[in-house]
Design a protein around this ligand. Structure first.
Ligand code: YSA
Length: 348
């Protein structure tokens, strides 16, 4: 009788196991038959009601059934898990034939592109590109450039001072300190350009930023004259802005040159007729330049009777504004991708 009950239990359990198709259904089945309150535990409890002769055989049969069902459960569990995995793979499968998602490549900042272009032009003219410190000793920024303390010209550069107890330290307001550092390090002949970031305590407007990039040019040798300066700058302007450009030199004053000039190109908007961009003059000034002052040469130990030199300093943002027709300098540093992505010709 009790054996019949166990046979019925086996059939029911097997049937239930065969129809369990999910892990949830399997765990329900496990609770129902093999759990602490399951059918096999109930069967074990019946032992007490049996006679002493019947008990061992029944106990053995229940244990055997428990082992049998446990093994059947594990086998079924494998099958159900495998089937579930297959189903998931079929629906979630990665389609390796789909095209990949394109990577968003950044582009070089327009000013970086221009720095490279200008460096390349000057490389072809025999100039080496070097760099120098942005945090600078006032000696290099002013004193060695023939701008002693209390000289009114010192104010022209709207300098940002960095606190220092022993020395006067500034964020360089121009790249001209590199004239001095270069001449201290090298013997003539010298031909270098120095692109780099500069800082000034400026009132910001369409043509003034508080940080901007300049390029300094310096050539020192025996017998260098103003004609070399004029020829080099004219060639530079023509290569950067096109062969049709006219150039103009006018007298200007910088304490570290004698004589000093400003250099302009004819306005690319009105071609010299006069318009709003060139403020009616027909010319657009792009840099300051001149013959290196003998005092500056003497400061670095060069013999001013033997060597002459010329130098210039030019703002990259102003060059870029002219080259690309940009009317507000602040656009370069607002990180607006709609603006920056227009200059996407170089990516490395
Ligand atoms: C002059 C003679 C030399 O032999 C060598 C260099 C120089 C240039 C000198 N060191 C200098 O800084 N002159 S400058 O104050 O007139 O600036 C030169 C250029 O830097 C300007 O023509 C302009 O293009 C750029 N610049 C100056 N202040 C700027 C600026 N660009 C953007 N924002 C500013 N606040």
């Amino acid at each position: 009788m009790v054996t019949d009950q166990l046979d019925q239990l086996r059939r029911d359990a097997q049937k239930g196991l065969d129809s369990a198709a999910t892990t949830n259904e399997l765990s329900d089945w496990h609770a129902r038959y093999l759990g602490r309150k399951g059918a096999l535990t109930d069967a074990m409890r019946q032992l007490g009601a049996l006679s002493a002769e019947e008990r061992p055989a029944f106990g053995k049969a229940v244990n055997a059934l428990k082992t049998e069902l446990s093994e059947a459960f594990e086998a079924r569990q494998e099958i159900v898990r495998g089937a579930q995995l297959d189903a998931r793979l079929a629906t979630d499968a990665i389609d390796v034939t789909l095209p990949g998602r394109p990577l968003e490549l950044g582009t070089l900042h327009p000013i970086t592109q221009l720095i490279r272009e200008v460096s390349s032009i000057f490389a072809h003219l025999g100039f080496q590109t070097i760099e120098g410190p942005e945090v600078e000793d006032a000696y290099y920024a002013f004193d060695a450039l023939n701008i002693p303390k209390d000289h009114p010209a010192r104010d022209v550069w709207d300098t940002i001072f960095v606190q220092s107890e022993s020395r006067e330290i500034v964020l360089r307001p121009h790249t001209s300190p590199m004239q001095v550092r270069t001449m201290e390090r090298l013997k003539p002949p010298v031909r270098v350009i120095v692109p780099g970031r500069c800082y000034r305590y400026e009132a910001l407007d369409a043509t003034h930023e508080w940080h901007f990039q300049q390029v300094e040019g310096l050539a020192v040798d025996e017998h260098l004259t103003m004609t070399d300066l004029k020829g080099t700058l004219a060639e530079f302007a023509r290569q950067l802005f096109g062969p049709q450009r006219k150039v103009r030199f006018r007298c200007d004053y910088f304490p570290f040159v004698e004589p000093g000039v400003d250099f302009a190109i004819d306005c690319m908007v009105c071609h010299g007729d006069g318009c709003r961009v060139c403020k009616g003059t027909g010319w657009i000034e792009i840099l300051g330049a001149g013959m290196v002052h003998p005092n500056v040469l003497a400061n670095v130990g060069y013999d001013p009777d033997k060597y002459t030199g010329w130098a210039f300093g030019c703002g990259f943002e102003r060059l870029a504004m002219l080259k690309y027709g940009i009317t507000d300098i602040r656009a370069f540093y607002q990180s607006d991708l709609r603006f920056l992505s227009q200059f996407d010709r170089a990516t490395a």
